[in-house]
Design a protein around this ligand. Structure first.
Ligand code: NDP
Length: 514
């Protein structure tokens, strides 16, 4: 082989001195007929036609990097999670921060929520926190999840984004008003992914082996400060530097400016949920900070860029169902739906064996001999260990401690804690909207009142989008909806939007959305 160096090979290893060989029968007068024996050519053509994998239906465009989670504060009173205990302990982390609606090739500097996905590789398996950069979501009824996303994407007839679809959905699902207040505020167009927070939005449980538990929401707060672009800055950069956010993160890491976030939790004891001012399982509401202050538990640092995008970031699969002992789901319907939908999306997009990929594989031992075979299995596939439950034969490949008789599989302390909330918690009517849904948006409007020009920017951002609505009745319904947050907001929105429309004769259906 030495004589071939530098050399290439075929996919199955046969060395070749070049990577552009074809075999052909020359006609003698130019050109030639290519032979089916041109294995290298055939491999290359076949590979090229197949090299794309399906892009994510949402969260397709992203920046991503690796780093670590470090425990900074003691939370041993509320969770046994190994990675979260022991001040100074570090665990490997993969993070991916994305836009939501636009496609994989789209520009970064657009107004949209950001997905903020974190995979912590712990001694007890992977812990994923699949957050957004806003603390609330548009809907609380999971059956609306596909619809809200479709309404933000392309019209199926025209294949272009459509403000009519967007507002038709939102005026008829007004529980989304709180999320809309975030989207059209300054934080809806971040200047980089280093300058955003991550919020779980969903309610989790932190649990202990003694059966005690607390409800928590994660707040992952940027140490770089919150920075944003205006609509016109975003639009200009979308043309000039469409990959702005990806490159910004890579540059920061390359120059040793490692971005970091403080990881905090809001905590509620189960006995306090009945007296909480909101349904704590409703993803359209925040937990008021004065009543439920943030408690720091650790920090995230990104210090390594990917060396290959597909291998490390595109093939990464995050799921809220990846939880370690000490963290559990709560009776939060959106969380439960996401626990199904995210791994289901990965099974479709990457295949059922996506957990074997190095970027997803946990660092801890995996032993599930009842999940084996399947396409593209490159493991030893559990040898002759029983592939059925109930066996009392000692498995060959099992490296852990066998459960004592009477215990079912894993350690007994991994049995889930039972929620006692069914009869005590206020139950949100998940499909109806009430005045209560406008209280927290109103509080956010007041937060903006204290920030120089924030309300004015909000109205302009919103008017730029609503002016794309061609149905007058739909525009009126939109003004009315924002009028319920604040009467003057509704009036000003109408004034600015209608003035824009009067001055905008060409292409009235075009929006500043993408
Ligand atoms: P506070 O009044 O104590 O604080 C308001 C919070 O709003 C800040 O801490 C900050 O969150 C966030 N914020 C500041 N400026 C903006 C902005 N321009 N756009 C969006 N968010 C901003 O919070 P309360 O708990 O009393 O809630 C008041 C309102 O604040 C809520 O109705 C909600 O809309 C909003 N909010 C609340 C959060 C919560 O978890 N309680 C989180 C974020 C916003 P941060 O420190 O996380 O950056």
């Amino acid at each position: 082989m030495g004589s071939y160096l530098p050399y290439y090979t075929l996919a199955e290893g046969a060395p070749l001195p070049r990577n552009d060989t074809i075999e052909q029968v020359s006609t003698g007068s130019g050109g030639g007929h290519v032979l089916l024996t041109s294995t290298q050519l055939i491999e290359q053509l076949a590979h090229f036609s197949r090299e794309r994998i399906p892009e994510r239906v949402v969260h397709a465009k992203a920046a991503g990097a690796r780093g670590y989670y470090e425990v900074t504060d003691d939370v041993s009173d509320i969770t046994d999670a190994d990675f979260a205990n022991g001040i100074g302990k570090k665990s490997d982390v993969l993070m991916r921060i994305s836009t939501v609606g636009p496609e994989r090739g789209s520009a970064d500097t657009v107004r949209d929520f950001r997905g903020f996905a974190v995979k912590i590789k712990t001694a007890q398996g992977n812990q994923d926190f699949v957050c957004n950069n806003q603390p609330v979501f548009f809907v609380r009824n999971p059956s609306k999840f596909p619809s809200v996303n479709r309404s933000h994407k392309r019209n199926p007839a025209t294949n272009s984004s459509d403000a009519n679809m967007f507002w038709d959905f939102h005026v008829n699902s007004q529980e989304s008003i709180h999320a809309l207040m975030f989207l059209f505020g300054d934080r809806g167009l971040p200047s980089s992914v280093r300058h955003v927070n991550g919020y779980s939005g969903n309610t989790y449980k932190f649990t202990k082996a003694d059966g005690t538990y607390h409800y928590v929401r994660m707040h992952i707060k940027t140490n770089q400060g919150i920075h944003y672009f205006t609509n016109s800055e975003g639009a200009e950069l979308a043309g000039k530097e469409p990959d702005k956010h990806i490159l910004d993160l890579q540059d920061a890491i390359n120059t040793g400016e490692f971005p970091s976030w403080d990881v905090c939790v809001q905590v509620i004891h189960p006995r306090d949920i009945a007296s909480a001012p909101i349904d704590i399982f409703d993803m359209t509401k925040v937990w008021p900070k004065k009543q439920f202050p943030l408690r720091k538990m650790g920090r995230l640092v990104l210090d390594r860029n990917p060396s290959n995008w597909l291998a490390e970031i595109e093939q990464a699969a995050f799921s809220p169902s990846n939880m370690v002992p000490g963290i559990e789901p709560s009776p939060d319907p959106m969380l439960q739906a996401r626990m199904f939908a995210y791994p289901d999306a990965a099974r479709y997009r990457l295949g059922i064996n996506h957990t074997f990929l190095p970027t997803n594989a946990p660092k801890s031992e995996v032993y599930v001999p009842t999940e084996r075979d399947r396409r593209m299995n490159f493991t030893t596939n559990y040898g002759d260990d029983p592939n059925y439950v109930g066996s009392k034969l000692k498995p060959m490949n099992f490296k852990g401690t066998l459960p004592q008789s009477g215990q079912n599989g894993h350690a007994a302390n991994q049995m889930k804690t039972l929620d006692q909330v069914e009869t005590t918690a206020p139950i949100t009517a998940f499909t109806t909207v009430s005045d209560n849904d406008f209280e927290q948006p109103r509080a956010l409007w007041e937060v903006m009142a204290k920030q120089d020009g924030a309300q004015e920017r909000f109205i302009n951002n919103l008017a730029a989008h609503v002016s794309g609505v061609t149905h007058k009745m739909l525009r009126e319904q939109t003004y009315e909806m924002f009028g319920k947050v604040d009467a003057k907001l509704g009036e000003d929105l109408k004034k600015v939007t209608e003035a824009k429309l009067e001055g905008n004769h060409a292409h009235p259906h075009k929006t500043a959305w993408h």
